[in-house]
Design a protein. Sequence first.
Length: 483
Amino acid sequence: MSSETSGSSAADTPDEAKVAAAIEAFKEWAAKDPGAATAAIEAVKGIAQGAPAATGPKRAICLAGGGPAVGLHIGALEGLKGKIDFDNARSIWALSCIGAWVGVIYNQAAKDNEIEATYNFFHDVFRDDQSFQSFPTNTIFAPDWAGCADAAWNFLLEPKHYKNAFLPRHIMESWLYTLSFLRDRKNWGKFNQGDFDRWTLNHVLAVHPAVRFLTALVYKSEIDGRSRLFYKDSKFLKDIKFERLNERGKPYIFHNAFNFEKKKIDMFANDSPSWARKGYKTISAASLCACSALPFVEQTVRVDGHAYCEGALIDTVNFKDLLKDHHLPDDPLEEIWINRIVDVHQIRKPENIHDALANLCQMFAATVGEDDIKLFKFHVQENNRLPENKREAPKWTGTIVEIQVDDQIDFHWSHENLHRGRTNGAIAAQNAYKLYEMYSDKYRRRNEAEGKATMIPDDLTDEEITRAGVPLPLKRVRDRQTG
């Protein structure tokens, strides 16, 4: 027995010279193709720790921003669960704004409980329907009371803020203007509301010392957002298990944020040590809050000494980086699934200030998101790759599946809107999967032969979509109505 064991052990002992040669060969390969080498290292680590090696197509899922429409993201993931696998190490999650929160919460949750954990997290963020009617905001956009007090105190102690509060010359000019206006009988005609409002603004409020000082206090003190999301030790953020994002077998996850000092988009990933040379930083509570810090609505967030705000204002879901860093010669990216949750069809005529602010957010998000996707499709279809990526990457002839946006969702942080989004998002994802299942192989074979990417549902005719029992995309319906 002992001799057999001993013999077996000797046979399993690696030859040091062969190991050294293998290491040198790997280093040489890694220098030529670092992306594939990194993937190989992670696969070997996963196998050594008992995680199964990821197989199947290399896919990406792109979750865009959209705040209160987040239920559509949750529903889409639920609708694709068990059909399309985005939970393995070969998958990539490209995220921005609220999409980043979904991606992080989903991937840190316990296995097989991802959907419910994500829904429950956002259920706590949204407000119950009855309370929302008279308090139309979510549960986390709280003002920074201590910060506001400090800012007010600093403002009051700064002598320069008193310098221009009292302007005698401006007061006299406004007084003379008013007397001159009243003296002229031609101005005694029909009352004009617009003229009166401008007079009140410029010749009463703008010259009143107390009003000037209080206005400056509100607009010029050191507070750059009406609410604050990032608090380092808050229970809300500490309950998110960021360390789970780095467990073996997890997808590659990255989100963006805009760096004010560098005037550029920065990337944050769950595997940043191996991607640090590309400029990626580590996903953290601070980076997650930064990526959704919509100017004015939320304060900027400092990460590693830099001030950040929402990156989706500039780039929806980082398509350029997705192809540049993940579509590699030896490891091509085969499919990209896109879920854009904000569209012009969701915009409603405002009835109050809340609706107007919602439209302000929705209208730019809808336009930027739709245009980014159009540009991305144009690049891969017309140029077959991004212009910045021509030197190394092969032509991209993969498949893009765009989950259609639902127009029944609004920008209300209410439980009813969240639940409706989840339901409708699942239906939209299931419809996208039907089209993918029925037609992707057919069009992929044709398009690959022509060196082109496959676009679902763009490549499909109205008849093919209808035959699958799927409603026509909103854009096609809109084009028919306006054409």
